[in-house]
Design a protein around this ligand. Structure first.
Ligand code: MG
Length: 395
């Protein structure tokens, strides 16, 4: 392990500090409990420090430039390309999470670079076809150690991405890997030592973003309507704010204003609760807060309303007949491809045939399938069942 040392905080008086220096910027601008680059454990493979980017900013750039990140544009979040062009993909969802998370981090004076990295990384391990893809892989891998997209994200950034000559993966800082690992082990992370505040914020921003944009997408596609939605406490509150601000609006403007208000209400509530929660901890370090198990959350009132909204979305949207038909067809394709490749591993691309000798065939097949975009998976499924007997294509 190589700690990110070498940039001590300057001893200059505050009025002459050079805020272009990462250590000084973090020292003067961040809260005491923010994660600082100089306290990072470092990377697995030693690397010299960059002259003007901090370690977490480099991590962010590595995630942004990796091929798994680009493939997020071809992966469905909830809705597929067959259902129009309006809705979110995994990539646009990821940017919305990063935007919400950065706003929260900046307001609470936490490490924005680390927060952004974690946000860009958080869904990178998602298989094709949204949650249906994850359900299929979890089912077929149940006797082989299971499958979780959070765990697969760690395989991508530690082994599968090939961007550097000296080592496999992206060699990210240990705090970034640890944050993603926390997501992979949510139950354990909910007790005892708390995750870094930056990690917690990304988790909260994720759910704030998807609650709001799933309402937006489902309304736009006509899967739900305002009459049903207005039964929900959080929607009623957001709609009241919209009316107070703009009066009566036409449906499309009302939808946009409602979604804006939904994000604003949730972020505002979180900032008030988090500020109260953190007040007694001023002057304490990130590590002290972790040990003390300090966790950020919404107010109990808003948490209850969010629960109600999420239960509604689950039944009315995620189980909507239009979506269930798409899910079933996608599930069948993925099942067939998994079982076919386990039977005939010689049809795996060369890299995954090599991986099969280390991990076993089922895991190598699962890794290969999990890295695919929706359309790539459709194409490989057709190719597998065509007359051609050669190996399928690597992504
Ligand atoms: Mg997400």
């Amino acid at each position: 392990m190589t700690p990110h040392t070498g940039t001590p905080v300057s001893s200059d008086p505050p009025w002459s500090v050079d805020l272009r220096r990462v250590a000084d910027r973090e020292h003067w601008l961040l809260a005491s409990y923010a994660m600082r680059s100089c306290d990072s454990v470092g990377r697995v493979h030693p690397e010299p420090l960059h002259p003007y980017r901090g370690p977490f900013a480099r991590d962010r750039d590595r995630v942004l430039h990796c091929s798994a990140f680009r493939r997020l544009s071809g992966k469905m979040q909830v809705f597929t390309g067959e259902m129009g062009e309006y809705h979110r993909t995994r990539l646009t969802h990821t940017f919305e999470v990063a935007s919400v998370a950065r706003t929260i981090a900046r307001t609470l004076r936490l490490n924005e670079d680390l927060t952004e990295t974690l946000a860009l990384l958080h869904d990178i391990g998602h298989p094709p076809y949204g949650h249906c893809g994850e359900d299929v892989l979890a089912e077929v891998m149940r006797n082989e150690g299971g499958f979780s997209h959070n765990q697969f994200a760690l395989s991508i950034v530690s082994e599968l991405e090939q961007r550097f000559t000296g080592f496999p993966g992206l060699n990210l800082s240990l705090e970034v890997l640890g944050g993603q690992d926390t997501r992979a082990h949510k139950a354990e992370a909910a007790v005892g030592m708390a995750p870094l505040l930056e990690v917690q914020i990304v988790d909260l921003a994720d759910s704030i973003a998807y609650d709001a944009h799933d309402v937006d997408d489902a309304l736009q596609m006509g899967m739900i309507d305002y009459r049903e939605l207005r039964r929900l406490g959080l929607i009623r509150r957001a709609a009241a704010q919209v009316r107070a601000r703009y009066g009566r609006l036409p449906p499309s403007r009302k939808r946009q204003a409602l979604v804006h208000e939904l994000v604003d209400l949730q972020v505002g509530d979180l900032l008030v609760s988090a500020t109260d929660r953190l007040l007694p901890w001023q002057g304490r370090s990130a590590e002290e807060l972790r040990v003390a198990g300090v966790r950020l959350s919404h107010s109990p009132e808003l948490a209850g309303e969010r629960g109600e909204l999420e239960r509604y979305l689950f039944d009315a949207v995620y189980r909507h007949p239009r979506l269930m038909r798409v899910r079933q067809a996608a599930s069948d394709r993925l099942h067939e491809l998994f079982e076919g490749l386990v039977r005939r591993p010689e049809r795996l691309p060369l890299r995954f045939r090599g991986r099969a000798s280390e991990t076993g065939v089922p895991r190598a097949v699962s890794d290969y399938l999990a890295g695919m975009t929706d359309r790539f998976c459709d194409t490989q499924h057709q190719l597998f069942h065509s007359q051609a007997a050669g190996p399928l294509t690597d992504w």
